[in-house]
Design a binder for this molecule. Structure first.
Ligand code: 13P
Length: 251
């Protein structure tokens, strides 16, 4: 089954309003001028979701959050409800990024609850999984990724409301990436797990992104892999020309 690739930018905690709006508008303008062979998404910091969503409203560029709470409302100081992201015009939310798993102690069970809330609010949950360097060195990559996948995927997940992002923790922001065969192996293993969770058709339609030091120089090779259906891009998504060059690298 043909899966339309998704090229997603995770801006992390970067950008003030004017930069973020200009960056998003620049990408939306490129998409309008030259339709890419992929869907495109930017996930600005929560402070900019409103401004960015307004700036690109009516364009083909989608907007997402970087986290949400598992509850719809209530006494949760500083947290953000999925319905509130949706209300601002977001269509996606990144969940379980390794930086949140590490910085905020997020477990797969919590990620699963957040993903369920996101999907109930009508957002697509971009669920991140990936091993640390120590886990890879110990030969535990597939076990860790399998455990995170099974633990983070909510009951109602399907290929329309869920995207998986495989991000080896040691590849994030390091300039290092796994070998191409290693990426192919992990993505194939995730597809096989998805077949058990979602059925054969669901697994065939599910988008599995690669993330971790993806840039214009390595994107073509990664995106050409059978089970790599796009990228979740950090650093290189902060420069419109690099982000666009990655989108142009989709097969
Ligand atoms: P980099 O592209 O900067 O390595 O970040 C990847 C990432 O964490 C995207 O979520």
């Amino acid at each position: 089954m043909a899966r339309r690739p998704l090229i997603a930018g995770n801006w992390k905690m970067n950008g003030l309003k004017a930069d973020g709006v200009a960056l998003a508008k620049g990408i939306a303008a490129k998409m309008a001028a030259e339709a890419p062979r992929c869907d495109m998404l930017v996930c600005p910091p929560a402070t900019l979701v409103d401004a960015v969503a307004q700036a690109v409203a009516g364009s083909a560029l989608a907007v997402g959050g970087q986290d949400c709470h598992a509850k719809t409302a209530g006494a949760h100081t500083g947290d953000i409800a999925a319905v509130a992201l949706k209300d601002l015009g977001a269509a996606y939310v990144i969940l379980g990024h390794s930086e949140r798993r590490a910085d905020h102690g997020e477990s797969s069970a919590l990620v699963r609850a957040k993903a369920a809330a996101a999907q109930a609010a009508g957002l697509v949950a971009v669920i991140c999984i990936g091993e640390t360097e120590a886990e890879r060195d110990a030969g535990a990559t597939l076990a860790v990724v399998g455990e995170q996948f099974a633990g983070s995927l909510p009951e109602g997940a399907n290929a329309a409301n869920t995207v998986i992002a495989y991000e080896p923790v040691w590849a994030i922001g390091s300039g290092r990436t796994p070998g191409i065969a290693d990426v192919a192996e992990v993505h194939g293993a995730i597809r096989a797990l998805a077949a058990k969770a979602l059925g054969a058709e669901g697994a065939a339609a599910l988008r599995i992104l690669y993330g971790g030091s993806m840039k214009p120089a390595n994107a073509r090779e990664l995106l050409a892999l059978e089970d790599v259906d796009g990228g979740l891009i950090g650093g290189a998504s902060l420069k419109a020309e690099d982000f666009w060059a990655i989108a142009q690298s989709c097969p």
